[in-house]
Every structure is written in structure tokens, then in C-alpha cells.
Design a protein around this ligand. Structure first.
Ligand code: ATP
Ligand code: MG
Length: 213
């Protein structure tokens, strides 16, 4: 009998996925926030969860180390989606991908056609595409966190980052000057698993679909 492995990240994705798993009759036997286990069992002997860093989820599913996973659209764009089937927008972990600048910065002037801007971000691919579409030259600086600091200390003119409440921007005197796209998390499936384990995967997909609708 085949079994399935689902890759999830700790924090908001895990929490917001619990009701979806419950609808599919899947209940984790450990809490990843308190347990140090990276492989977590469930009430179903044929279903296990693996706890990975959010940005690593597509990689585990791409190579078939996990059959299913849940990943933000932000992460999927950076990964590229190779080897992944993305059947369902789960509408969880919602936020917005935005350009933000210091309150006094003349963004319109910087992004006029033929303009040039220095942008610090963890989302290099998203930022590259966005400014290419506008016909703006962009100097990209890769960061791994605390992007808000970059414009405050002269590392960049602007940042591309996720915004939900806007509280962190406000606390650092930054303003969201443009929304690039809305973000939510998607179910991702390994393309080979979908064929070889369809009888296990299809019911999970349908249960998730039922909750989302
Ligand atoms: P870490 O916080 O450990 O550095 P991470 O930021 O990649 O890792 P999370 O903060 O759990 O991990 O974010 C996971 C996903 O949730 C992101 O890829 C994004 O799609 C979404 N997300 C991130 N920040 C927010 C937010 N403030 N509100 C809603 N969804 C968010
Ligand atoms: Mg985070």
C-alpha cells in the first residue's frame, strides 16, 4: 500500500493548513511548534508530514521527497515551479507583494520609462520581472530578511517585500508605493506522484477543494 508525504512549513502555513487536513480526515500526532521532530505522523498510517523551511517546500516536492506541499505564490515564483503541478489556490496566508520606499522618495520619478532604481529584496525574480515590465533598469541586491532596513541606511532606494498589515513599514517610515500582486498559498503536487499515487492524492485534493469553496 502506498503512503503519501506532505511538506509544510511551521508557523502560519501549518496553522492555516490544519483545518484543510482535518477536512481530509488527517490529524497530526505532534505539534511542530513544540516538537523538534521534522517528520510528524498523523492519525492515518499512510500519511506523514515533513516540516521544512517555507522556501524549501517546492524543492522537496519537485524531487518527490514529498508528494504534496503547501507553498506561498511568492516562494513558487522564485522557485520557478519546475516539476510541480499547482492544482489549487488555498487562499490561506494571504498578503500582498509590494514595492516600498522611504516616505520622501520620489518613486514616480525613479520608475519613469528609462529610469533606474536600486532595489533590495529576497524576491529577486519577482522584482526583476516587475521592473522589466515597466521598462525600468533595476539594480537588485539580494537580502535574506529585514528588508525594511536597506533603504534606511542607503543600501537601496526601495524594497520588494510582502505586506500584510503594513505595521512594519510604518514603524520604519516606509510607504507601500505599488502593489505587484496579491499572494496566497497553493497546493503543490509532484507530477510523477499524481500519476502513481492518484488514489491517495485525489481524495486529499477534493477535500481541500471543498473547504476552499
Ligand atoms: P521565516 O519567517 O522562518 O524566515 P518565511 O518568512 O519564509 O520564513 P513564513 O513567515 O512562515 O516563512 O511565511 C510563509 C509564507 O506565508 C510566505 O511564503 C508567504 O506566502 C506568506 N506570508 C509571509 N508573510 C505573511 C504575512 N505577514 N501575512 C500573511 N502571509 C504571509
Ligand atoms: Mg516570515
Amino acid at each position: 500500500m502506498s503512503s503519501i508525504t506532505i511538506a509544510l512549513s511551521k508557523g502560519r502555513i501549518f496553522e492555516e493548513t490544519l483545518p484543510l487536513l482535518a477536512a481530509a480526515g488527517i490529524e497530526p500526532t505532534d505539534d511542530p511548534e513544540t516538537s523538534r521532530k521534522l517528520i510528524i505522523g498523523t492519525n492515518r498510517p499512510d500519511v506523514r508530514l515533513v516540516i521544512v523551511r517555507a522556501t524549501d517546500t517546492p524543492t522537496y516536492v519537485q524531487y518527490g521527497a514529498a508528494d504534496l506541499g503547501i507553498a506561498g505564490k511568492d516562494v513558487l515564483i522564485e522557485h520557478g515551479g519546475v516539476g510541480l503541478y499547482q492544482p489549487l489556490d488555498l487562499k490561506i496566508a494571504r498578503c500582498r507583494m509590494c514595492v516600498a520606499t522611504p516616505a520622501g522618495f520620489d518613486y514616480e520619478e525613479a520608475v519613469r520609462p528609462g529610469g533606474r532604481i536600486r532595489v533590495a529584496t529576497k524576491y529577486i525574480e519577482t522584482a526583476r520581472r516587475h521592473f522589466a515590465e515597466k521598462g525600468v533598469h533595476v539594480d537588485l541586491i539580494k537580502l535574506y530578511g529585514s528588508m525594511e532596513l536597506a533603504p534606511l541606511v542607503g543600501l537601496a532606494d526601495a524594497i520588494v517585500d510582502l505586506v500584510s498589515s503594513g505595521g512594519t513599514l510604518k514603524a520604519n517610515n516606509l510607504v507601500a508605493v505599488e502593489e505587484i500582486m496579491p499572494i496566497s498559498s497553493r497546493l503543490i503536487v509532484n507530477q510523477a506522484s499524481l500519476k502513481t499515487k492518484r488514489e491517495k492524492i485525489q481524495p486529499v485534493l477534493e477535500a481541500f477543494e471543498g473547504v476552499v469553496k
